[in-house]
Unconditional design. Sequence first.
Length: 286
Amino acid sequence: MASTTTTTSTTSTRSTLWHVGAIALLLVLLYPVIWVFTASVKPADEILSTVNLLPTSVTWGGFSTALDGIAEVPAWRFFSNSLILAIGSVIGNVLSCSIAAYAFARLRFRGRGPMFAVMIGTILLPTHLLLIPQYTMFQQVGLVDTYVPLLLGKFLATDAFFVFLMVQFVRNLPRSLDEAALIDGCGHFRIFGHIVLPLLRPALITTAIFTFIWSWNDFFAPLVYLQSPEKYPLPVALRLFVDSTSSQDYGAMLGMSVLSLLPVIAFFIAFQRLLIEGAATSGVKG
């Protein structure tokens, strides 16, 4: 009886220490986010001049300035630009990557193995290596300062990571489904649209969530290809609060940063269960 009590006490102590350590690590990781939220409601003279995490008085001036916009562009325009790029990227990646994955996983054609290896190899290529030739190409056809350079690649299955993710998923689907559909007279398009695509739901949701978050937070590509402030997404628009005047408006910049975080946080909270399901699922549930 005493041994059982001791074992239970030891297990409880380990569980408590584990939870305390996890909470402490979580607070360390979330500290930058907490600082942004608290600093956004601080008076302008306290944002950089004090080490206190909590403000001495709460002010919403940064948010009101951020919502007024900057460079004669209203704030809603920056949000709509980010939304256009994020939704367009999601649609492009989901469609193109799923079609490419079906082709690599199910179709037999000459050069499939080398082509798949080359596609996987593009994951190792740094983005900056392709920047100059891509920019030159888009500049020669007059597409700089448009959304085409930012969205075209999404519709051409250039994100090899998502293609690889879906290929592994399709390969785990029973081939008997395809064979039964072929016997019934279905072609590859109908097999893909009516059989494979519905079963790809977890992988499609994972692709959509990551694509939305990465596109919403993307700063480098829009900075390179976009030149007009009215076309800027939120990450690039934040730079205007620092570069537009000699007196940097950190309050407005932090207010806009908080507003830009809210859609991503809401999106992740709404679909976190589906994200975990998509990452954990490796085949068809029986």
